[in-house]
Design a binder for this molecule. Structure first.
Ligand code: GLC
Ligand code: CA
Length: 562
């Protein structure tokens, strides 16, 4: 019999990973937007070998897992969320062999991998959609998507006045009197999840990646898959009014049938040891989020509450409390996130004026991607971002980080119109600048071609100031945001215990100070107020900004052990 005991550190790491079914509960997960992370072959587009080459960086940063945004073949009508083939790698990004190599290298470094799965829509270049267009009305090929006859006296008008999420009509003519539904870009036709073949094919896709060693899945627009398109279709205004319904009766979002779909997925996840995990991207009412987080469903769901909140002690505290209560109901764990590939980077967001919205009323600052530079206080934004992140990394649950936030990278606001890629920009048209500003390729070096991203330029233009935020520059500066993340992630690993939090009250009675303790005496204290406050007794482990005469300054977090 062969000896299967691990002989190298890499094998030991992989063996450890294979054992822990609860790894996701308090993981620090780093999101990679592959086309903008690292470009190994110098064509201006980040790729899988680029990621593999940077695994030592991720290991040093101290993350537990990587969430990889879509890397599938795609014409990039929506940054890869328009998938041509769910079971392959985009040739611009590499091959399946490159993928296998990346997974093995991640695992050998003790890092797990979550891949993005995009079930609501395929791309219009997917063979199924091409077949649907070439097939007659009423055919089995058309039933995999959501085709409808046109309306109006001669049937030339769209079946309803629904709007796509990226602007414009949600219906596109198929050329023969029928229209197809696309909640996003016209290049992203919505799949019909009432169709058995569609369901089965996704189960095959989940197994395909799980068999290749993928540890979990991030489920794109998980709340959209099931739809009720029976006639007569309601109007756009009626749908808007129904947005807040929480009984699963909205024709497009958050419907009851999703439970059944995800129960089938769960059965596939549980075929594996350890079971594969999933996290839902579901922009639903907070009170509905639990459905996706149930152990019989996807198991975990993003909460974007902190991401939408102002830098405000009361808002933060209420959100933390609410989410702790809701995971207590499902047995899931919390998810915290400030930045991702869809929103303005938080170092910039926090440098813009607060939302005027009152409690419960969500402002749009997190979605406004442009705005004149004069409205931005960049230093304040970064200072608050560092304080907020340090607070988040002390919370019980998983922390989802977005590539570049560990550098305190700001949003790139001034991408020339001619170089923009995001469909929101083109379909709004030009009113919303879109999400390209948080997707600019990362700066690795202070100078040189595309700041070390690749040998020959970057697919989105990098500003001249990018070098100051590079891994090279920050690696050399002990006060940098990069060093703060490294220190905090290392401490978090060491201190992390049970998923519990106890609020403590600052002796001064100040309402704008949030202070909590985790099991084992680990404490986090954040001063959201304008003036400095006394720091409670204890060993100071790390601070997001220097203390002032031993006091905790405005917009600063400190971790203590006491
Ligand atoms: C999700 C993705 C976003 C994409 C959309 C359509 O919200 O995060 O980037 O545009 O789904 O797939
Ligand atoms: Ca490349």
């Amino acid at each position: 019999m062969t000896d299967t005991r691990p002989t190298t550190l890499a094998q030991e790491n992989a063996a450890i990973l294979a054992k822990d079914p609860n790894w996701w509960r308090q993981a620090a997960v780093y999101q990679i937007y592959p086309r903008s992370f690292a470009d190994a072959n110098g064509d201006g587009i980040g790729d899988l070998p680029g990621i593999t080459s940077r695994i030592p960086y991720l290991a040093e940063l101290g993350v537990d897992a990587v969430w990889l945004s879509p890397f599938y073949p795609s014409a990039l009508a929506d940054g890869g969320y328009d998938v041509d083939d769910y079971r392959d790698v985009d040739p611009k990004l590499g091959t399946l062999a490159d993928f296998d190599e990346m997974v093995a290298a991640l695992h050998a470094s003790g890092i797990r991998l979550i891949v993005d799965i995009v079930p609501n829509h395929s791309s219009n270049r997917h063979r199924w959609f091409q077949e649907a267009l070439a097939s007659p009305k009423g055919s089995a090929a058309r039933d995999r998507y959501l085709f409808h006859d046109g309306a109006g006296p001669d049937g030339t008008e769209p079946p309803s006045d629904w709007k796509s999420m990226f602007g414009g009509s949600a219906w596109e003519p198929a050329g023969d009197g029928q229209f197809y539904l696309h909640l996003f870009a016209p290049e992203q036709p919505d799949l019909n999840w009432a169709n058995r073949e569609v369901r089965d094919d996704f189960l095959t896709t989940l197994r395909f990646w799980a068999d290749r060693g993928v540890d979990g899945f991030r489920v794109d627009v998980a709340h959209a898959l099931a739809k009720d398109l029976t006639y007569p279709l309601r109007s756009h205004d009626e749908l808007e009014e129904m947005k807040l319904v929480t009984d699963g009766s909205h024709p497009l979002w958050d419907r009851e049938e999703l439970d059944e779909i995800y129960a089938e997925w769960r059965a596939v996840f549980d075929e594996y040891d350890p079971p594969r995990i999933a996290v839902a991207e579901a922009w639903v009412e907070p009170s509905r989020r639990y459905r996706y987080a149930l152990p019989t469903s996807l198991g975990q769901a993003f909460n974007f509450d902190l991401l939408r909140a102002n830098f405000d002690a009361d808002e933060f505290r209420a959100i933390v409390d609410h989410n702790i209560q809701s995971v207590a109901v499902t047995g899931s764990s919390n998810t915290w996130v400030f930045s991702n590939h869809d929103v303005v980077r938080h170092a910039t967001r926090y440098g813009l004026a607060d939302d005027p919205g009152q409690e419960g009323e969500v402002g749009k600052r997190w979605l406004l991607h442009g705005g004149p530079a004069s409205e931005l206080d960049a230093a304040l934004g970064l200072r608050r971002a560092r304080a907020a992140t340090l607070l988040m990394l002390a919370l019980p649950g998983s922390a989802y980080l977005y590539q570049g936030e560990e550098l305190g990278l700001p949003e790139v606001a001034d991408i020339p119109d001619a170089e923009r890629q995001d469909p929101t920009f083109f379909r709004s048209p030009g009113v919303e600048v879109g999400r390209d500003g948080c997707r600019v390729p990362l700066p690795w070096t202070t100078a040189g071609s595309s700041f070390g991203f690749g040998a020959d330029g970057a697919h989105l233009p990098q500003p001249s100031w990018f070098g100051a935020f590079s891994v090279e520059a920050e690696g050399a500066d002990p006060d940098s945001t990069l060093h703060l993340y490294r220190r905090a992630l290392a401490l978090r690993r060491e201190l992390q215990g049970a998923e519990e939090l106890t609020w403590r009250r600052h002796p001064s009675g100040a309402d704008d100070v949030l202070w909590f303790e985790r099991p084992g005496g680990w404490q986090s204290i954040t001063n959201f107020g304008a003036s400095s406050v006394d720091l409670p007794e204890g060993e100071v482990l790390v601070t997001s900004a220097p203390l002032e005469d031993g006091r905790l300054p405005s917009a600063t977090t400190a971790w203590l052990r006491g």
